[in-house]
Design a protein around this ligand. Structure first.
Ligand code: FES
Length: 75
């Protein structure tokens, strides 16, 4: 599944998350290990969510504030 030109809006729960940065996961915005099987050379972004909240996770691969969308996809 390639990168998209929009973020994933999710109601995230607390805990350690691994967000896909390679664009190949079949379970976006989370890593499913495809970066290894497809040899993308990328690694997932580990992020600790401290409280339940709505988040916009980058799926264009161009954000300067990973794992969050910073609006770069629309520029
Ligand atoms: S599947 Fe994309 S970083 Fe792991």
């Amino acid at each position: 599944m390639p990168y998209q030109n929009s973020p994933h809006y999710i109601d995230e729960t607390p805990g350690t998350k691994y967000y896909c940065t390679c664009g190949e996961s079949g379970n976006k915005p989370y890593c499913d290990g495809s970066h290894e099987t497809k040899k993308t050379g990328k690694q997932p972004m580990q992020y600790n969510v401290d409280a339940a909240r709505r988040m916009a996770i980058c799926d264009c691969g161009k954000t300067g504030n990973s794992p969050f969308c910073d609006g770069t996809h629309s520029k």
